[in-house]
Design a protein around this ligand. Structure first.
Ligand SMILES: N[C@@H](CCC(=O)N[C@@H](CS)C(=O)NCC(=O)O)C(=O)O
Length: 335
């Protein structure tokens, strides 16, 4: 029997590189298998959904969805933990993990598929993943198909002409706040990577490999470059910090991004799903945001609320959330 895990993924896929960086950090033996056209039959036999990453454990059990994959692997390989010992920092990390996955993906998807230069670059790289040895004519045909399909889907994450300025302002605000925070430490929660690093990094790193995202990071927040490179093969360089030393520069990210943009969006999305609406509009401080609701997000918001209820230091966590404007959206109305 193999003792190695398998990760079916792609270099272009943020959730795939998120899981791969986690497995690298934990030192869990794994094979990275590029989901190319050649692997499609093998992939389809294992996958419930046509999504990457797909992870197969040493017993042959397959799992999808990066957050539950990491939670499952963490339960089986608890050391070194990706959760800070300080319960307030640990909850902030879980909240920022959700923000990275669900909101950060909007930066990545929008930046990759909104402008022609990025569409062409992204579609060409994906075509090379699907069929690495295609001749030029075949390569162009695949890239054209990919581009049409993905440009048609950019609206699914809420990217449209009304939201584009909000998404781009959010990307730059987040990068600037992270750049300041990371000037004093190698990872978001201290000297080793936390749950939040993997999720936020995956989206920033993916945007960074596209022309527009690269231009923004390299020219406007070059202080992010070290962390982007470091997270490719993360390692423990020292302990986690407690919330007290993280708060002066991480709290402002919670306020400006999580409280002002991500959580209001997430609540409006969940409410629209519950009401069976085809479209919803939420008034963010930047202006109105309109899109069709996204199904997956309501489930991950529910999981985050569960974590919040289960926190071993609920009063301290609530004081932190309240200070940075995140408590009301997370509080359980049925309490
Ligand atoms: N919530 C899932 C999302 C996975 C996902 O959206 N994967 C994208 C690539 S990053 C995908 O497979 N898209 C369809 C495709 O590539 O065919 C996770 O965290 O793993």
């Amino acid at each position: 029997m193999s003792t190695s895990w398998r990760i079916y993924g792609a270099e272009m896929s943020p959730y795939s590189v998120k899981v791969r960086a986690y497995f690298r950090y934990k030192g869990i033996a794994h094979h990275w298998i590029v989901r190319s056209g050649e692997r499609q039959a093998e992939f389809a036999a294992l996958a419930k959904l046509p999504l990457i990453p797909l992870v197969v454990d040493p017993d042959g059990v397959a799992a999808q969805d990066s957050t539950p994959i990491i939670e499952m692997a963490e339960a089986r390989h608890p050391s070194p933990s990706i959760h800070p010992e300080d319960p307030v920092a640990a909850f902030a990390s879980a909240l920022l993990e959700e923000y990275g996955d669900e909101w950060g993906n909007k930066w990545m998807f929008h930046l990759r598929w909104a402008r022609e230069a990025d569409q062409l670059a992204g579609a060409s790289r994906i075509a090379r993943t699907i069929e690495p040895d295609a001749d030029e004519a075949r390569h162009l045909a695949i890239a054209t198909q990919v581009r049409e399909r993905m440009v048609g889907r950019v609206g699914f994450v809420g990217s449209n002409s009304g939201t584009a300025p909000i998404i781009e302002a959010s990307f730059l605000d987040a990068l600037r706040l992270l750049e300041t925070h990371l000037a004093a430490r190698p990872y978001l929660f201290g000297a080793r990577p936390a749950f939040a690093d993997f999720a936020i990094w995956a989206q920033v790193r993916s945007a960074f490999t596209d022309p527009t995202g690269y231009g923004i990071v390299a020219n406007r927040t070059p202080g992010m470059l070290d962390w982007i490179a470091r997270m490719e093969w993360p390692r423990a360089e020292g302990p986690f910090e407690d919330w007290a030393s993280l708060e002066p520069t991480l709290g402002p990210l919670l306020r400006a991004e999580v409280a002002a943009r991500f959580l209001p969006w997430s609540l409006a999305n969940a409410a629209a799903l519950a009401a069976g609406q085809e479209e919803f509009t939420v008034a963010l401080a930047d202006g109105p945001w309109t899109q069709a609701p996204q199904k997956y997000h309501a489930r991950s918001l529910a999981r985050l609320r569960e974590r919040h209820r289960e926190s071993p230091a609920r009063a301290d966590v609530d004081a932190m959330l309240s200070k940075w404007g995140c408590l009301a959206p997370l509080a359980d109305a049925r309490r």
